[in-house]
Write a protein that binds this ligand. Structure first.
Ligand SMILES: NC(=O)c1ccc[n+]([C@@H]2O[C@H](COP(=O)([O-])OP(=O)(O)OC[C@H]3O[C@@H](n4cnc5c(N)ncnc54)[C@H](O)[C@@H]3O)[C@@H](O)[C@H]2O)c1
Length: 268
């Protein structure tokens, strides 16, 4: 059988209404998985389901707010009924909130705790913790599953300005390894992907000026990226399918797969 075939998998993609989660959801469907598209923006999620079905795949939309466990539980019940027991979980809800971006007008010492908590919670609690709590135990009980958390290059060394985001993503890496060890004996693998820079909904304001021209930060990113460009969402699909597939990555757990054009391979 094809190493990258996902026909026997039911994949839950949280944040699948977004740019990266959406591309991965489509990639999972193309590899044969039944895909649960989960997002708290119904229009975005439903548009992804439509695109998957038009391409011949199987998908359904389930609304949930990743920072609210009860909404994840309701989505979980709907997924089991409509598609079957989840065997793959990909966590792609997250992003940086401009309210916690450090700027000359919003210096580090002025960041309000409520804004810090909201952004930290989105990226750690909603971005990994609660979905793992909701979907992990079923996989453990059945002895089969793969969880993929989306980290960030700023999980490894913090980027300037996005302090709460970086701290939360570092915690995502830690949680990933904790769960990898915890659930490895039970047949559930837990890994992460570290994307480099991909223009998407949540980071557009940092990367482009209102007139569409690249910001100074974009120029800095490109100059620090050996491939000298942004990634395209499609370029994450192979990494996600690899980690989801028990035949392709059955002995891989606790790993972090960098898809960053070489960003983390470079100092100067
Ligand atoms: N784009 C990049 O360059 C980049 C780099 C590294 C990591 N990431 C991470 O990749 C993931 C996907 O981000 P993206 O860049 O595709 O952004 P995006 O804004 O296009 O997508 C994020 C999606 O998550 C959904 N979402 C946000 N909060 C949610 C919540 N509480 N409950 C349910 N859904 C929620 C949004 O509605 C959106 O559809 C995030 O974790 C982000 O931090 C992105």
């Amino acid at each position: 059988m094809d190493l990258f075939d996902l026909h026997s998998e039911v994949a839950v993609v949280i944040g699948a209404g977004g740019v990266l989660g959406g591309a991965i959801a489509s990639g999972f469907a193309q590899a044969g998985a039944k895909v649960a598209v989960v997002d708290f923006v119904p229009e975005a999620g439903q548009a992804r389901v439509k695109a998957i079905r038009e391409a011949g795949g199987t998908a359904a939309f389930f609304a949930a707010n990743a920072v609210q466990r009860e909404t994840l539980a309701a989505a979980h019940a709907g997924i089991r009924e409509a598609l079957g027991d989840p065997t793959v979980l990909l966590n792609a809800a997250g992003g940086n909130d401009p309210k916690v971006t450090v700027t000359p007008e919003n210096p580090f010492e002025n960041i309000r705790l409520e804004h810090w908590h909201a952004n930290f919670d989105l990226n750690l609690v909603g971005g990994a913790l609660l979905p793992c709590q909701e979907f992990g135990p079923g996989m453990v009980a059945r002895g089969h599953g793969s969880i993929v958390n989306i980290a960030s290059v700023s999980a490894h060394l913090p980027l300037s300005r996005v302090v709460s985001y970086s701290a939360a993503k570092a915690a995502v890496l830690s949680l990933t390894r904790f769960l990898a060890r915890e659930w490895a004996p039970k047949g559930v693998r837990v890994n992460s992907i570290t994307p480099g820079f991909f223009p998407a909904g949540q980071n557009r304001k940092l990367l482009f000026n209102d007139d569409g021209s690249p910001t100074e930060r974009t120029r800095q990113i490109w100059s620090h990226t050996p491939m000298n460009r942004f990634g395209e969402a499609q370029e994450l699909v192979g990494a996600a399918v690899f980690l989801a597939s028990p035949r392709a990555s059955g002995f891989v757990t606790g790993a972090d797969l960098r898809v960053d054009g070489g960003f983390l391979a470079q100092t100067i």
